[in-house]
Design a protein around this ligand. Structure first.
Ligand SMILES: [Zn+2]
Length: 166
């Protein structure tokens, strides 16, 4: 029964996000935007949405990822029909007021920390800021470099969104 602090949760999530983002961008091509659902409902749990700059890169990613496993589970990837995230997202969640929490049928896109966002979305521009290495000057160095990949529920990646139910 260990209590995990909010910071640790965020750190764990940031690490996961960074791993996926960096690997996919290095392997398949430039990423414009990546989003991860925090929902628990069947059709959204573990969903990761990656928008590549080039369509061919997305196709490459789908083909390759379908042969991969993550955290002991197969990855299901497909081209997503979602083009407008605004429409699919839960407004209440964004202002911290969704009472349906994980079982809401609208997307709850979990935000990453501001430093990570700045780092990930600037690295492809030749690391103009700070030589491309993320600086975390105001946070203590991460306790464990090894990231555990197998214990949490949100490891299943499916790049899809079925019809949203209400
Ligand atoms: Zn909601």
């Amino acid at each position: 029964m260990n209590q995990v602090s909010d910071e640790e949760m965020q750190e764990h999530y940031d690490n996961f996000f960074e791993d996926v983002f960096v690997e996919c961008e290095d392997k398949y091509g430039e990423i414009e935007e990546m989003n991860v659902c925090d929902n628990l409902g069947d059709h959204l749990v573990g969903n990761v949405y990656i928008k590549f700059r080039r369509e061919e890169d997305a196709e490459k990613a789908v083909t390759d990822l379908n042969n991969r496993w993550f955290g002991g589970r197969p990855i299901y990837a497909e081209l997503s029909p979602v083009t407008d995230f605004r429409e699919a997202c839960c407004r209440q969640y964004e202002v911290g007021e969704c009472t349906r929490s994980g079982f809401c049928n609208f997307m709850h896109l979990k935000p990453i920390s501001r430093e990570l966002r700045r780092y990930l979305y600037s690295r492809r521009r030749g690391g103009a800021i700070g030589g491309g290495r993320r600086s975390r000057s105001n946070t203590p160095p991460p306790k464990q470099r090894r990231r555990s990949r197998s214990r949490s529920r949100d490891k299943r990646r499916r790049d899809r969104s079925r019809d949203k139910r209400r």
